[in-house]
Design a protein around this ligand. Structure first.
Ligand code: UDP
Length: 329
């Protein structure tokens, strides 16, 4: 009952859903959420009234406390390309320096869980991607602040495990979407929904045949909850978590134009080094988390997310995302 938990990025899209699951537990004394509200929103936590929860506005890389934590969940990072491309150094700081800072705040024998990404596979040359695939990442490319800081943070945590014996859980997430994504987030599903509900023009970059495996947040957080604390698991990661149905971007855009009358697709120049495909090999995930599947179809998940975006647009939230930093010629 004296357990202390810290979540970095707990006001963010996935972080706030994790907090919702954590407060259902009755085995801890305090839950500290560290968030600087760069991409997280205080409104994502407005419904939390649990007295065990303490929200601290701070950068994860410089956050300071004498308290030591039994469980740390490190989620602080932008995940949307236009956001991390606009502030690459800050992105590297949040992931890597954030992890370095947090490691020192673990109790002996404590556990740190980290949200890595399918971006560690770059533009993959094998499909689906198993965890053993080493990826095809350009370490100086436009996405490198995100891809490489996630990769390096995986290295850091594994080396700390090897040299200091810390307990670990590392997940690689594949294109998660759903309620509480920022309306001005700029990733495909959120951008298309915001655009459909405002000016009506869905910006598809390139021919839209590039594909992703779109995971609805409730499915993904079901897996995270089991892997990070519920199930008795010894595998420390990395573990792919996602929906393994791979769907082209154009199909997502078309579906949203069917849902929102009057909206239409606008073909825009492609983004440099936009990965052509992405699909998780879930063999390991099915062994580690037996019975778990991402069951929500993209049609169902997008319909649910649309309802949430409608409410945001009605309430006057900022909806236009930063433009992608470098468009191809
Ligand atoms: N995308 C698009 N229009 C948008 C936003 C994204 O065509 O307004 C495309 C993007 O080029 C990529 C895919 O959708 O091929 C997924 O992009 P997202 O930013 O959601 O995730 P990531 O590229 O990091 O997988």
């Amino acid at each position: 009952m004296s357990r202390k938990i810290l979540v970095s990025g707990g006001a963010g899209f996935i972080g706030s859903h994790i907090v919702d699951r954590l407060v259902q537990r009755n085995d801890f004394e305090s839950l500290v959420i560290v968030d600087n509200f760069w991409t997280g929103l205080q409104s994502n936590l407005a419904h939390i009234s649990d007295p065990r929860v303490h929200l601290v506005q701070a950068d994860v890389e410089t956050f300071s406390t004498e308290t030591r934590f039994d469980e740390i969940i490190h989620l602080a990072s932008p995940a949307s390309p236009p956001w991390y491309m606009r502030e690459p150094i800050r992105t590297i700081n949040a992931n890597l320096m954030g992890a370095m800072n947090l490691i020192n705040k673990l109790t002996p024998g404590g556990k740190i869980s980290f949200a890595s990404t399918s971006e560690v596979y770059g533009d993959p040359l094998v499909s689906p991607q198993p965890e053993s695939y080493r990826g095809s990442v350009d370490c100086t490319g436009p996405r490198s602040s995100y891809d490489e800081s996630k990769r390096c943070t995986e290295s850091l945590l594994f080396e700390c495990r090897r040299t200091q014996g810390i307990d670990l859980r590392i997940v690689r997430l594949f294109n998660v979407y759903g309620p509480r994504t920022r309306p001005d987030d700029g990733r495909a599903v959120s951008n298309f929904l915001s655009q459909a509900l405002t000016h009506g023009e869905l910006t598809v970059y390139g021919d839209g045949m590039q594909s992703r495996s779109w995971g609805y947040v409730d499915d993904i957080v079901d897996a995270l909850e089991r892997y990070f604390w519920k199930d008795d698991v010894s595998y420390v990661g990395p573990l792919n978590i996602g929906n393994d149905k791979e769907i082209p971007v154009i199909d997502i855009a078309r579906f949203i134009t069917e849902l929102v009358p009057g909206s239409r697709i606008k073909i825009c120049p492609p983004i440099p080094q936009d990965p052509t495909n992405r699909r998780p090999d879930l063999t390991l995930c099915r062994q580690v988390l037996p019975g778990w599947e991402a069951n929500v179809t993209y049609q169902d998940g997008i319909a649910r997310t649309l309802q949430w975006f409608r409410d945001q647009v009605m309430s006057g939230a900022q909806t236009s995302a930063p433009t992608p930093v470098r468009l191809a010629d």
